[in-house]
Design a protein around this ligand. Structure first.
Ligand code: ASN
Length: 434
């Protein structure tokens, strides 16, 4: 990685069509999203030389719309991390303060946008991986409703939780990129047409999501859940509260709501995500593609040696997930985590009876210093307290810059009902307009 903040793993260009709604737009793509003929490493030794034979649907939609892909961005290995320090290629630095992390796992994507190296970037968000780096780097990140954007060509970490989402300097630019990548894909059976989806509150403005970035929050009801402010850094809370007060000044009504289940969200998330990861990552066996250790002809040994190529965090999660799914523990951990997930879903449904969007800090902390959280995985996991609930409930969520504290960016998160990205985009654009 040779660029200023080590945001890119590969700086190869893929030219888009000459015309289209994104003509002239440069896009950086997270390195777990497949690009035909261009290395896709997932930030791992395991895939250090892997060149996919096909491109992800999102990449094809972007280039068909005229965007030029300018490179593949650094990330926590297989998306597992909150700082972009678990990458086998070394950490990315935060352009706002190069002694700090850019957040993760899509840290290279957010850093590329914050440093002006790309207009837009794609990330993937399993438990906050688009919103966290957007918040830490002072840019905008959208985690779409589960099923709005195709995951075809995304190297899977935890299928039931993740979505690909755009990162950009403004809400409008992120919304425009979302319009291009959104919509059903025959190659991903979990995708839906938002206007047809059952139990959806879909609003897709004519001309696309960017049209919703009109800053008009007059009459909008914003829910403020006490649980997502408790335990957050005071400087973060002050900055976010000031931004919410500004929304009120622009005509929104705010009411307190309660989401009692979210205190279990991180725990449930880490059981479900690691369980799915332990199954997904079983495919890296040295036989079909990716790294292969020589071995001495003994299958068990060569398999074990091949898997030594995973980094410490990935190994930790494979072990955790395998344990959670193992006979005798399945009901104790995995089944319980699924119950908690259902409870989180219901809490949001109840809250959306009374409010249009839910506002909170995106991250309860300011960006970590480089190296600060690496030896303390639990501390890193707990930083996902506010972002994981939207993944568990499959809801749309956005992080928009709310201001600064001690010279560091603070993100405000807005979560909306299923497929109602338009309302979160509208509210976020009002935060940005202050
Ligand atoms: N992938 C993500 O969304 C990031 C989250 N911190 C995780 O490690 O799972």
């Amino acid at each position: 990685m040779a660029d200023e903040y080590d945001a890119f793993i590969t700086e190869e260009t893929i030219e888009g069509d000459a015309e289209g709604r994104l003509a002239g737009t440069t896009v950086a793509v997270k390195d777990n999203i497949s690009t035909a003929g261009v290395r896709t490493t997932c930030g791992s030794e395991m895939l250090a030389d892997y060149v996919p034979p096909y491109s992800a649907t999102v990449v094809e939609r972007l280039t068909d719309a005229g965007a030029t892909i300018v490179g593949k961005t650094n990330m926590d290995e297989f998306g597992m991390g909150t700082t972009t320090e678990t990458s086998a290629f070394g950490p990315t630095r935060n352009p706002i303060d190069p002694e700090r992390v850019p957040g993760g796992s899509s840290g290279g994507s957010a850093a590329a946008v914050a440093a002006g190296e790309a207009d837009v970037a794609l990330g993937s968000d399993t438990g906050g991986s688009v919103r966290c780096p957007a918040a830490f780097c002072g840019v905008v990140g959208i985690k779409p409703t589960y099923g709005l954007v195709s995951r075809y060509g995304l190297v899977a970490y935890a299928n039931s939780l993740e979505q690909i989402g755009p990162i950009a300097g403004t809400v409008e630019e992120a919304a425009e990129a979302l319009s291009v990548i959104a919509g059903p894909d025959p190659n991903d059976g979990t995708t839906r047409d938002p206007t047809d989806a059952e139990d959806a509150d879909a609003t897709v403005p004519e001309g696309g999501y960017a049209a919703a970035a009109d800053g008009d929050v007059d009459g909008l009801t914003v829910g403020v859940p006490t649980e997502l402010f408790e335990g957050a850094d005071e400087r973060v809370v002050e900055t976010v509260e000031a931004a919410i007060a500004d929304l009120e000044a622009q005509g929104a009504e705010t009411i307190e709501v309660s989401l009692p289940s979210v205190e279990h969200a991180v725990q449930a998330y880490y059981v479900i995500a690691t369980s799915e990861a332990s199954s997904n990552l079983a495919r890296f066996d040295g036989v079909r593609y990716g790294h292969r250790a020589e071995g001495d002809g003994n299958w068990n040994e060569s398999f074990a040696e091949t898997r030594e190529a995973f980094g410490a965090e990935v190994k930790r999660r494979i072990l955790l997930g395998t344990y959670a799914l193992s006979a005798g523990y399945h009901d104790k951990y995995y089944a319980k985590a699924q119950d908690a997930r259902e409870w989180v879903r219901r809490d949001f449904d109840d809250a959306f009876e009374d409010v249009d969007v839910i506002a909170s800090p995106t991250m309860p902390v300011l960006p970590f210093e480089l190296g600060e959280s690496l030896d303390d995985p639990l501390r890193m996991y707990l930083a996902d307290a506010n972002t994981t609930p939207a993944n568990l409930a499959n809801l749309p969520a956005i992080s928009v810059p709310a201001g600064e504290a001690d010279g560091l960016p603070v993100g405000l998160q807005l979560v909306g009902p299923k497929f109602d990205e338009a309302t979160v985009i509208r509210a976020a654009s009002a935060v940005e307009d202050r």
